[in-house]
Design a protein around this ligand. Structure first.
Ligand code: ZN
Length: 151
C-alpha cells in the first residue's frame, strides 16, 4: 500500500509541476471559470467541441498541487472523448473522490490515472480542490454563465 501511495504522490506531483494542456485555447467553443474559495484555487477551462466530441481542451489558473494536478489529469483524460463519455467519467470521478461509490475497485480501474485522487475522500477540504476543474468543465459544456464556486 505504501508503494501505491508513493506512486499516487508521484503522479500528482508530476502533473502539478508540469501540467498538461496548460494555456489558452484561441478557437474555444465552450469555456467556464471556477473558484474554490476555501483553498484559493482558480481554474479556467476552454474546450473545442466538434460534433459530439471534445477535440481540444486547455486550462489556466493557479492553486494548490491537488487542484493543478486534477485539472491537468482532467484535460488529459477527456481529450478526444465524446460528450457522453465525458459525462460518464465525471460522474464516476465524483463518486470516487466523495466516497459515494460502492464499487471502488471496478470504478478505480475504469478511471485509469484518475484513481490517484481516491485518497482525497478522507480530506473533505481536498475534495473541493480535486473536483473544481471537473465542475468547471461541466459548467462549460452546459454553457452555464455564472462562475463556478465550490461553495
Ligand atoms: Zn486547493
Amino acid at each position: 500500500m505504501t508503494d501505491l501511495r508513493d506512486l499516487y504522490q508521484e503522479v500528482i506531483l508530476d502533473h502539478s509541476k508540469r501540467p498538461r494542456n496548460f494555456g489558452e485555447l484561441s478557437a474555444a467553443t465552450h469555456h467556464a471559470a471556477g473558484h474554490n474559495p476555501l483553498c484559493g484555487d482558480t481554474v479556467s477551462v476552454e474546450l473545442l467541441v466538434e460534433g459530439d466530441r471534445v477535440t481540444e481542451v486547455r486550462f489556466t489558473g493557479s492553486g494548490c498541487a491537488i487542484s493543478r494536478a486534477s485539472a491537468s489529469l482532467m484535460t488529459a483524460t477527456i481529450k478526444g472523448k465524446s460528450l457522453a463519455e465525458v459525462e460518464s467519467v465525471f460522474g464516476r470521478f465524483h463518486d470516487l473522490v466523495t466516497g459515494a461509490t460502492t464499487d471502488v475497485l471496478g470504478d478505480a480501474e475504469s478511471l485509469g490515472k484518475l484513481q490517484v485522487f481516491a485518497g482525497v475522500k478522507e480530506f473533505p477540504m481536498r475534495v473541493k480542490c480535486a473536483t473544481l476543474a471537473w465542475h468547471t468543465l461541466h459548467a462549460a459544456l452546459h454553457r452555464e454563465a455564472a462562475p463556478v464556486t465550490t461553495e
